[in-house]
Design a binder for this molecule. Structure first.
Ligand SMILES: CC(C)(COP(=O)(O)OP(=O)(O)OC[C@H]1O[C@@H](n2cnc3c(N)ncnc32)[C@H](O)[C@@H]1OP(=O)(O)O)[C@@H](O)C(=O)NCCC(=O)NCCS
Length: 127
């Protein structure tokens, strides 16, 4: 099922320190996981440095709870001259009534630009 969403990029347990004032996991923490997952996804094409240039879409579909195992899947959806667009899907696994449940919690599209050592954009290495 997960194969349509690309490769597994990150997998981590959501901890109490990552909560917002309502006790759910803070959206910024999930965005950080997404950015890490996207930065690993672009390496499928080019092993050089990248800068995150845009979060083109982001949808928090369901809340993430303390203790959930949060998994990000990522794939490349568009390749330009200097940029790569990634699609990241986030899932939370939790145990409810002794049964493991997997919830699709967040979807995002994030764009990265290939940069040189000075932080200027560079052409993608396509070999
Ligand atoms: C990334 C950066 C070097 C791009 O430099 P730039 O000269 O402004 O780049 P451009 O406007 O020519 O865009 C470069 C590419 O990004 C794409 N791009 C730019 N803004 C975009 C957006 N909002 N959504 C999707 N793609 C975008 C362009 O289409 C172009 O793609 P292509 O070359 O594949 O056709 C510069 O914007 C920058 O340094 N930004 C800060 C990055 C940063 O600090 N990120 C956070 C921490 S990593």
């Amino acid at each position: 099922m997960m194969q349509n969403y690309g490769k597994l990029r990150t997998r981590v347990v959501a901890m109490p320190k990552d909560t917002n004032s309502k006790g759910n996991i803070f959206g910024g923490w999930i965005m950080s996981q997404i950015d890490i997952a996207g930065s690993l996804t672009v390496r499928d094409l080019d092993s050089g440095n990248f800068a995150t240039v845009a979060v083109n879409s982001l949808e928090f579909k369901k809340a993430v709870k303390i203790g959930d195992t949060v998994t990000c899947y990522g794939k490349i959806i568009k390749v330009g001259k200097t940029s790569i667009q990634t699609q990241i899907e986030v899932f939370a696994e939790r145990v409810i009534n002794h049964e493991e449940v997997c919830v699709h919690v967040t979807s995002a599209i994030v764009t990265y630009v290939a940069v040189d050592n000075d932080g200027n954009k560079r052409l993608l290495k396509t070999d």
